[in-house]
Design a protein around this ligand. Sequence first.
Ligand SMILES: Nc1ncnc2c1ncn2[C@@H]1O[C@H](COP(=O)(O)OP(=O)(O)OP(=O)(O)O)[C@@H](O)[C@H]1O
Ligand SMILES: [Mg+2]
Length: 458
Amino acid sequence: MAKVLVIDDDSSIRETLEMYLSEEGYEVYTAPTGTDGLNTFARVTPDVVFLDIRLPDVNGFLILEDLKEEDENVKVIMITAHHDMESTIKAMKEGAFDYIHKPIDVNELDIAVKKALHALEMEKKIKGFVESTRDYKVGDIIGRGPRMREIFKTIGVVSQSRTTVLIQGESGTGKELIARVIHNNTSPGEPYIAVNCSAIVETLLESELFGHEKGSFTGAVTRKPGKFELARGGTVFLDEISEMSLNLQAKLLRVLQELEFERVGGKDRIRVNARIIAATNKDLKAMVREGTFRDDLYYRLNIVTITIPPLRERMEDLEPLIEYLLSKINAELHKRIAGISDEVLEMFRNYSWPGNVRELENLLVRAAVIAKGQVLVKSDFPDLADIQEKRETAGEDLGPFRNAQGRILTLDEVEELHIRRVLKDSKKTKGEICEILGISRPTFERKLERYNIPFERD
Ligand SMILES: Nc1ncnc2c1ncn2[C@@H]1O[C@H](COP(=O)(O)OP(=O)(O)OP(=O)(O)O)[C@@H](O)[C@H]1O
Ligand SMILES: [Mg+2]
């Protein structure tokens, strides 16, 4: 049975929600204050939380933040008043799942809970999907055009040797996939060890890579072998190499030059047998020019470089990718999705795919989970709304401004929204803001009053 927590100081709202939701079969908990709410949350770990934005003790936003910190997957539905639209938008941006309006409409309430529980279930499925193991073969890389074919050739060549390979490409273009295919072709059965250079702090990364001797630093209670040792005759995949500090870059350079290293705090020289594959979505050459990446290391890594083109530059792969990904998804999720509608394909063709193949894969997985029919249609891609938003922030013309429900905003609403967005920059003085907006101070004052926007700056 799903657990729901209601945090609201208004007892009538607590009672309404409790009565309705328990009748629907949910296990309901209530709390009249933020502090109470957080305590109950820690005790019962609910799936869904209804949270009032205005609470007597702590601001609802802070509670939202705390809840997300405790459990990033929790679905928080804000309870808002109609004049709270700005706060509602803020709450959605900060990770609330949805909102319902006061006075509570039972229909709206019902839809919100069901949507939240459905999303939870979907996330669980997707997680299982992503974590499932795969074996990586050349056949798993889809690529029809000349640039991808060139990459296949290179993979073939480097798989005959153990040279260092640098893989460049935007996020989600398949850098890790290619690294794994190279590994499987070169040293199948040997360890493949991936290290994300941006995920850990410098000192830890150093001991992760090189290992450490017992007592070499506080916390080093036992000797620990590093990834270069553990990889034996396999592969060390250094992901996001651009994020490695200059200091560590120097140490890595030594490894590449001498094929030897010492553990942190150790004297023994240890031989490196592993092949190194590095990946980046940054322009390393530009970083060398700026002095943030060592040129000597760059040349060492750059012996063979594979540059994967972004999806938008190889649209000939879109359809084969969809077909390939759908068959993978069908197998994993026990579905029988046959394809996507022409309308969706058209939308996909016009999209710029900043997240590349990964983004395409994620969209298809989500759609496959919610789809009713065998052909994925536009309504199976609610995230395409997100896509639109991304394009808006990228400055593309998406037609008129709309609210969350898709209604076109009135001129007044656009004006209000614009003023509120400009005011977000708290460092600007009143004079500067008037200049940005191109209006006089008295006009500005009038607008603030009209839209009921609080403002206390000189
Ligand atoms: N050409 C391709 N053919 C088939 N699947 C692909 C292709 N490129 C990427 N994928 C799939 O897309 C997903 C993302 O790929 P991968 O993780 O290798 O990207 P990445 O470049 O390492 O991304 P990031 O920079 O975000 O780490 C994976 O599931 C991968 O299998
Ligand atoms: Mg990656």
